[in-house]
Ligand binder design. Structure first.
Ligand code: 13P
Length: 247
């Protein structure tokens, strides 16, 4: 089976509604001729979700939440629930990103609850995993990612899922992981998930200069893009990546 490529942009804490409108106006024509073998997802800040949905309606772009809480409602100041996202047409949710893991001490246990809740509501989880530079230098990469997969995906359906390999040392640093190494880790992740058809993305300083090489790798089914997804031209170039036809 040929896995469909999924190109996702994570806007993090960027883009006001006015900036979102300008992005959508510039981006829409640039992806009008996008090949049918790929899907595009954008995760804007929660406040920009309705604006992005409205201005990209019919453009073939799915919208993701940048996180989702495990409860449907309650006293959780600052959080967002699956029903709140679904009401706006959101279809995906990024979970386990290294930033909330680091800044808000998110644990694999919490990430697992989020993944189960997302699936229960029909949101497709994009589970992020990846090692720090210290862990890589200590040869702990495989052990760390294996644990994140095992704990994050306990009782999660491996057939309704995207996993993003995001080495922390490659995020926002301009140091894209060499394509062959990213390919090797994505292959290991596929094995640990236990579903040969699972979509595995690479993320970390993906840009227009590195995308074609990454997408030419056999185990990399897509990318999760931060900084380069904030400009319509650079994200459109990534969406319109060019590789020999996959067989
Ligand atoms: P950059 O593409 O800016 O390195 O960010 C990657 C990322 O964290 C996407 O989730």
């Amino acid at each position: 089976m040929v896995r469909k490529a999924v190109i996702a942009g994570n806007w993090k804490m960027h883009m006001t509604c006015a900036e979102t409108r300008a992005f959508a106006a510039a981006f829409r024509p640039l992806i009008a001729g996008m090949p049918a073998d790929r899907e595009v997802v954008i995760a804007p800040p929660f406040t920009s979700i309705p604006t992005l949905c409205r201005h990209l309606e019919g453009a073939g772009v799915a919208i993701a939440g940048q996180n989702v809480h495990w409860e449907d409602q309650g006293a959780y100041t600052g959080m967002i629930s699956a029903p709140m996202l679904l009401e706006h047409g959101v279809t995906h949710a990024i979970l386990g990103h290294s930033e909330p893991r680091k800044y808000y001490s998110e644990t694999d246990e919490q990430i697992n609850l989020r993944a189960r809740t997302a699936q229960r509501h029909g949101l497709l989880p994009i589970l992020c995993v990846g090692e720090s530079l210290d862990q890589r230098e200590a040869s702990e990469t495989e052990r760390v990612i294996h644990r994140q997969i095992e704990q994050g995906l306990e009782d999660v359906d491996p057939t309704h899922l995207i996993v993003a390999y995001e080495p922390i040392w490659a995020i926002g640093t301009g140091k894209t992981c060499p394509a062959e190494e990213a390919n090797r880790i994505c292959g290991l992740i596929r094995g640990w998930v236990g579903n040969a058809d699972v979509t595995v993305q690479y993320g970390g300083s993906v840009n227009p200069a590195t995308i074609d090489d990454l997408m030419a790798q056999s185990e990399i089914d897509g990318v999760l893009v931060g900084g380069a997804s904030l400009q319509a031209e650079s994200f459109a170039r990534i969406v319109n990546y060019q590789v020999p036809a996959r067989v």
